[in-house]
Ligand binder design. Structure first.
Ligand SMILES: N[C@@H](CCC(=O)N[C@@H](CS)C(=O)NCC(=O)O)C(=O)O
Length: 235
């Protein structure tokens, strides 16, 4: 029995949810409010961050696994439908590009938190440079929509939630970050259509992300203007 402790917007949670869906592994999702963390969560999560995967085994103590990369590796070790390539060198490269995906997520946080235009432009240029590296790697490796040729892999699971941010950003403006990158555009589209990627968030995710971005009081919040929010479900 697996329970994924989640937050509605967290891209690291989405990685784990996508992996579980690709592996057709049943799991429960328990969503918490990170602004008001429940005591039971703080007690079991040493870093106080989601995702945490609770692994319950009959007759044994439930084990909390924290850190998304570790959760992904645990699921590779224990669940069917491998999402890592078999060859060690290729696995290492995949792990490296997963790490790079986490660096991109930090860059995205810098973008939406940038207090003024100067910091915003700096953050967008830095992100554009990172995506340029990803595109070069992708173009050199494959002509199929996925990072590892015909097989959907963990790298795809990591970049699906990354590109999802841009569905909201694109509604606010064209910041040039993904402009003129046809290989990335094809990957982004394929990821957006993948059932596991779509299902990793609730239907009101775009509205929730808008509300989160608007509240940052950042340069991006100002660019959004007064927002007439899309409805957010009470759940
Ligand atoms: N390195 C962690 C990052 C997870 C992370 O940053 N989670 C955020 C939400 S997306 C969180 O729980 N933040 C709460 C906090 O920092 O208090 C992982 O890969 O799991």
């Amino acid at each position: 029995m697996l329970t994924l402790i989640s937050h509605a917007l967290c891209p690291y949670v989405q990685r784990a949810a996508i992996s579980l869906a690709e592996k057709q592994t049943p799991f429960e999702r328990r969503t918490i409010d990170l602004a008001d963390k429940p005591d039971w969560f703080t007690a079991l999560s040493p870093l106080g961050k989601v995702p945490v995967l609770l692994v319950e085994q009959p007759g044994e103590t439930t084990v909390p696994i924290f850190e998304s990369a570790v959760i992904l590796e645990y699921l590779e070790d224990t669940q069917p439908h491998p999402l890592h390539p078999a060859a060690p060198l290729e696995r290492a490269r995949h792990r490296a590009w997963i790490e790079f995906g986490s660096a991109i997520l930090n860059g995205i946080a810098r973008l939406y938190s940038a207090p003024d235009e100067e910091a915003f432009v700096k953050a967008s240029e830095s992100l554009a440079g990172m995506f340029s590296r990803v595109e070069s790697e992708l173009a050199a490796r494959t002509s199929s929509p996925w990072f590892f040729g015909e097989a959907f892999s963990l790298v795809d699971a990591v970049y699906g939630p990354i590109f999802r941010y841009f569905d909201n950003f694109d509604q606010i403006g064209d910041f040039g970050i993904l402009r003129d990158r046809p290989t990335l555009a094809a990957w982004r589209q394929a990821l957006a259509n993948r059932a596991s990627v779509k299902g990793a968030v609730s239907d009101d995710y775009p509205a929730r992300l808008d509300a989160f971005l608007a509240k940052r009081r950042s340069h991006l919040s100002v660019l959004m203007g007064p927002t007439d929010h899309r409805p957010i479900s009470a759940a």
